[in-house]
Design a protein around this ligand. Structure first.
Ligand SMILES: NC(=O)c1ccc[n+]([C@@H]2O[C@H](COP(=O)([O-])OP(=O)(O)OC[C@H]3O[C@@H](n4cnc5c(N)ncnc54)[C@H](OP(=O)(O)O)[C@@H]3O)[C@@H](O)[C@H]2O)c1
Length: 305
């Protein structure tokens, strides 16, 4: 798999990564995700995926811990660990960007991951009070100390990203972006490109809606993404994805992911998987090369978002 540089850091990774919010802990449906999570991570690494996107919030440390256990069987230098923190368990999980809290969070993550460095560390959410430059300043010190290799922010508005990047320390931004949530296109992506900051979208499959396996009966399940006529428009867009997928003998999931890999503002993809079979499906994306006309057809089908 081809590699790209994260911002101006010395971190290089494959463009296809793995989202691990379904690794470790217990799902909302009460399913223990530890065993399947180990298999998901192993399958990804065995398939050549390098970047694992995790966070303290995923199972309150369990996703990181499962990754740490699995990594004992792999060459650490070939894996890119991206993790995040901000939710403060002592304050009802409210975001905390205080330098002392972030510094402690990095140390705690290192312990759970059983490693001595984190490749990419993101501030998971902004808080309301800490000056952004102070929060990022703490991460810059951790980078100098070798505990983290690249600095990221997630869920920051463009104004907050600019404030955080006042000293040019931000390497990567992770934000909600998909074919049905295209807000970062335009000003945000232009700023990131101009400042050599990588972009990693989350929810690329809109939690499953863009895989083609859900239909009209699943309206309520995706209400947090699209409602009313927007849901119908999303399904119409999925129908276009299905046509393009058929032309390639590919799945709808692979076709959607192939679109992002061809999209100008996207650097690394981190689709989430519930089991090893889904990981194998995701990896198959690399065999799908969209033509310019197919890219445009998909782009147009979701233009209204
Ligand atoms: N920074 C942040 O604040 C933030 C927020 C959210 C997520 N994230 C990150 O982004 C990652 C991706 O988000 P996500 O996992 O929530 O959503 P997603 O990637 O949009 O969708 C994942 C879902 O797509 C379906 N899927 C995946 N591969 C499939 C395949 N091959 N065939 C059929 N269906 C497939 C599964 O749905 P089913 O479960 O229905 O089978 C899976 O749960 C997360 O894992 C996490 O690392 C970050």
């Amino acid at each position: 798999m081809t590699q790209i540089q994260i911002g101006t850091s010395d971190v290089y990774t494959t463009r296809l990564g793995l989202g691990t919010n379904k690794v470790g802990g217990t799902s909302r449906a009460g399913v223990d995700q530890e065993q399947s999570g180990r298999e998901v991570v192993r399958t990804a690494l065995d398939s050549g995926i390098q970047l694992l996107d995790t966070a303290y919030m995923y199972g309150q440390g369990r996703s990181e811990a499962v990754i740490g256990e699995v990594l004992k069987d792999y060459d650490r230098s070939k894996v890119v660990i991206a993790t995040k923190a901000a939710h403060d368990p002592k304050h009802d999980m409210q975001p905390n960007n205080d330098p002392a809290f972030l510094t402690q969070s990095v140390d705690d993550a290192l312990t759970r991951l059983q490693t001595d460095y984190i490749d990419i560390f993101y501030i998971h959410f902004p808080d309301a009070t800490t000056p952004k430059a102070e929060a990022v300043g703490a991460l810059a010190k951790l980078k100098q100390a070798g505990k983290i290799r690249a600095i990221g922010v997630s869920n920051f508005s463009l104004a907050q990203i600019k404030e955080a990047n006042v000293d040019g320390d931000i390497d990567v931004v992770e934000d909600h972006y998909s074919l049905i949530h295209r807000a970062p296109e335009g000003e945000e992506m232009a700023y990131l490109k101009a400042h050599h900051i990588s972009f990693v979208p989350y929810f690329p499959l809109a939690s499953g809606l863009l895989t083609g396996k859900y239909g009209a009966a699943d309206r309520a399940r995706f209400a947090r993404f699209v409602e009313g006529a927007q849901f119908d428009a999303a399904l119409q867009g999925v129908a276009v994805l299905r046509d393009v997928a058929a032309a390639h003998g590919a799945s709808v999931t692979q076709t959607a992911l192939a679109w992002y890999l061809a999209a100008p503002g996207v650097d690394v993809m981190i689709p989430g998987a519930r089991n090893a079979e889904q990981v194998r499906g995701i990896v198959g994306t690399l065999d799908v090369q969209l033509t310019a006309a197919e890219f445009q057809a998909i782009d147009q089908a979701f233009k209204q978002f």
